[in-house]
Design a binder for this molecule. Sequence first.
Ligand SMILES: Nc1ncnc2c1ncn2[C@@H]1O[C@H](COP(=O)(O)OP(=O)(O)OP(=O)(O)O)[C@@H](O)[C@H]1O
Length: 337
Amino acid sequence: MSTTPALIETNRLSVAVPATRLPFSSVKPLSILVDVSVAIRPGEIVCMVGESGSGKTTFGRALLGLVKPSSGSITLEGNTLPDFSSRSFHPVRRQASLLFQDPVTSFNPRQRIGAMIAEPRRIAGAGSTRMEDIAALAGTAGLSAQLLSRFPHALSGGQARRAAVARALSVVPKLIVADEPTAGLDVSVQGGVLNLFLDIRQQQRTAFLLITHNLSVARHIADRVVILYLGRVVESGPAAEIFRAPRHPYTMALLDSEPVPDPAKRRGEPPVLGEVPGIAARPSGCEFHTRCRFAQPRCQSDAPVLTDTADERQVACHFPLAEPQPSAARSLRLVSK
Ligand SMILES: Nc1ncnc2c1ncn2[C@@H]1O[C@H](COP(=O)(O)OP(=O)(O)OP(=O)(O)O)[C@@H](O)[C@H]1O
């Protein structure tokens, strides 16, 4: 998989916003994303994972030009966008669809579901909008044709997600950016939505960038995982490897924060490492050192560089974890969001 050219990739993409000019506050721009390099190959499912505020949504929006990057570059099918003007993003928007965090708020309450699914296709001239073809499209997303005449308020949460997926598919995208696609759904419905993504990838070779704070989602579906902390990539690599043996202490802390269904299997009472510092108060050196149980004096002063490892991963840590199972390490845990 890794030798396939990327469908889309970012190279050191950064996003900064002006800081609020309150008395005593910094007037330097606030960095939301810093030098984020991510490649998504055709048909690949990449999960971007991090706590609330780590910059996941901003990355997804910057990739589609909905937030203007401040530096770096984006390359689509080998062509680097000349700049970050709205016009330069047209080719990206032709190839990619965005699934919003809360799909219902993006629906027009007065538009029937069938018309809503057909709309992007009609605007882009990307195929037939005849009712039987829209019904077939809805079927691909697991949505019954009977629901096409309904208005959005008459759909359940799971049906609304499927309608949003059908709309995203209506322009036959090569990439779907899905922001927290299972948030607010019952666990049984969540699995259905993720399996739907796997089916779509299988049938149409669609790639996915899945943005989530929920590691179980990544565990279920990801080919590769990118872990963000305060807008920087701290670890990325093949999902199976990352779940088997996290190398960055933050990745391990996230894994240890996953809910354990069987209380008997819970690993003792873990130490709490405190809240994420905000982007306005980035720690010096390694930005994770204030919460890291393995931090050494060097971590307070030297920022680690994201470095390739032998096992196709990248890790930004002066003292990456070797192999799993050191018992002290397994007790590392973060405050849940
Ligand atoms: N336009 C903006 N102006 C100022 N700060 C912003 C802006 N957009 C995002 N931020 C800040 O950037 C950080 C990253 O936000 P973002 O929504 O991308 O994170 P996230 O990881 O998706 O979080 P969540 O899971 O809560 O959605 C947050 O601290 C947020 O407050």
